[in-house]
Write a protein that binds this ligand. Structure first.
Ligand code: C2E
Ligand code: CA
Ligand code: CA
Ligand code: CA
Length: 278
């Protein structure tokens, strides 16, 4: 037992060191990687329930790492958020998403681009200026940009977040409360902050096809959100049964693997924007 215990420790601790070192290494690689254009945005379509048209896209960041391959945000976002480098990455994401939106606009497509921001970005008092400058640079109207925040961010540095969000709203940006249903789902946030859309998490959406109670709850949340004029997006829609169950709920937009996975811009254009009436 002692033998195997020691063996386990031997196997385990170098792994922890390795992971710690890997994280540190990745953190230092982020800034040069932005310059070397190793980050890419994938875009996931959002479909309007009313007419089944592509109404928007959510920009989702990936890192094409030269040694580790294509990394999902889970592999590097937390690392980036632990340092001010998240502001640079966030600025690159905003610039790239606005550039792509302008490019789709030139092709005649009217879309709303959803852009995620992290907690640390929301605590940055210059965030609204960064978004405004990006929109101006690419000639896109802020009303076609939807900034996604989560409620956990609102429970933290509330005063800065509140001021920043109010400015963004004044400039005309849309603001979505993301992952609704995963945290405390505190309705006072909807009242206090200038949120224009509610994005309901997949953990709420996915059970509705087999679970009447889950469907009743979703209906209640959507009625409430609609009563205060929020746009409602249901995310994580993976099956036809889930989609059908959603049709009667009054939700405005659906997003999920069923209707479209995140794709690079060219593939998104090919699959979702060709043969669409302008
Ligand atoms: P999120 O904002 O909730 O984004 C939705 C995530 O769910 C994405 O994962 C997407 O690929 C995935 N997804 C979409 N449809 C389905 C579905 O039908 N089923 C399932 N199981 N998953 C689905 P992804 O791209 O790995 O992003 C994970 C998280 O990383 C995002 O969650 C967001 O919090 C964060 N993130 C992604 N891109 C950015 C970014 O550009 N900036 C910031 N600050 N955070 C980002
Ligand atoms: Ca999101
Ligand atoms: Ca989400
Ligand atoms: Ca999330």
């Amino acid at each position: 037992a002692k033998e195997s215990g020691r063996h386990a420790v031997c196997l385990f601790s170098p792994d922890i060191d390795h992971w710690g070192a890997q994280r540190l290494k990745l953190r230092h690689e982020i800034r040069p990687a932005i310059e070397q254009r190793q980050f890419v945005l994938h875009y996931q379509p959002q479909f309007r329930v009313a007419d089944n048209a592509v109404a928007g896209a959510e920009a989702l960041v990936r890192w094409q790492h030269p040694k580790l391959g294509l990394l999902n945000p889970i592999a590097f976002l937390e690392i980036a958020e632990a340092s001010p480098v998240i502001n640079e990455l966030g600025a690159w994401i905003c610039d790239e998403a606005c550039r792509q939106l302008a490019s789709w606009n030139r092709l005649g497509h009217t879309l709303i681009m959803s852009i995620n921001v992290s907690a640390r970005q929301l605590g940055n008092p210059a965030l609204h200026e960064m978004f405004a400058a990006c929109a101006r640079k690419h000639g896109v109207d802020p009303k076609f940009i939807k900034i996604e925040i989560t409620e956990s961010m609102l429970s933290q540095d509330v005063s800065i977040a509140e001021a920043g969000l109010n400015k963004l709203k004044e400039y005309g940006f849309r603001i979505a409360l993301d992952d609704f249903g995963t945290g405390y789902s505190n309705f006072t946030y909807l009242h206090r902050f200038p949120v224009t859309a509610l994005k309901i998490d997949r953990s709420f959406v996915q059970p509705i096809a087999q679970d009447a109670k889950a469907l009743a709850m979703l209906n209640g949340i959507i009625s409430l959100a609609k009563a205060i004029n929020l746009t409602v997006i249901c995310e994580g829609v993976e099956t036809e049964n889930q989609r059908e169950a959603l049709l009667g709920t009054g939700c405005d937009l659906i997003q999920g693997y069923l209707t479209g996975r995140p794709l690079v811009a060219e593939e998104f254009t090919q699959l979702h924007l060709t043969n669409v009436r302008k």
